[in-house]
Design a protein around this ligand. Structure first.
Ligand code: IDP
Ligand code: MG
Length: 139
């Protein structure tokens, strides 16, 4: 279909641990987007280093990989027109304390005082990132 786009959504280990998989996917579905593919896995260091390659030099990189591999994630390919922007908007800004109410991170996330930004979901930030990330998670 013309204008059809895909994005990668991850329910991160904190979201899975807190039983928020249904809540997150329900928000995606209620918005009208289509779940085109879905799986649960515990991410390897290889997958995570590729996925977060842009953050390789950041001081939080090692802790980020630890946080992301502590338990299973749910990976989904979401489909719809302008879905990349749409799912970013549903996700909310990075820090859950300041993410807008109404967003997944704003409604369901908080700072746990452990120096980590645990924010329940990942969503691709551009169509190019989406294509790259979907190829990593759905080989
Ligand atoms: P995004 O997930 O909103 O796109 P990015 O800046 O791409 O945010 O960062 C990727 C992930 O890395 C964040 O979702 C968060 O889990 C973690 N992160 C980002 N910045 C920090 C930080 O300053 N300290 C700890 N973790 C961070
Ligand atoms: Mg990002």
């Amino acid at each position: 279909m013309a204008g059809m786009e895909q994005t990668l959504l991850l329910v991160k280990p904190d979201g899975v641990h807190r039983n928020l998989v249904g809540e997150v996917l329900a928000r995606i579905e209620r918005k009208g987007y289509v779940i085109a593919d879905l799986k649960m896995l515990t991410a390897t260091t290889e997958i995570l280093s590729e996925h977060y390659s842009e953050h390789r030099e950041k001081p939080f990189f090692a802790d980020l990989l630890k946080y992301m591999s502590v338990g299973p994630v749910v990976a989904a390919v979401i489909e719809g027109s302008r879905v990349v922007e749409g799912v970013r908007s549903l996700s909310g800004s990075t820090e859950p304390t300041m993410a807008a109410p109404g967003t997944i991170r704003g409604d369901l996330g908080r700072d746990w005082g452990n120096g980590q930004i645990e924010n329940i979901v990942h969503s691709s930030d551009s169509p190019e990132s989406a294509e790259r990330e979907i190829a990593i998670w759905f080989k």
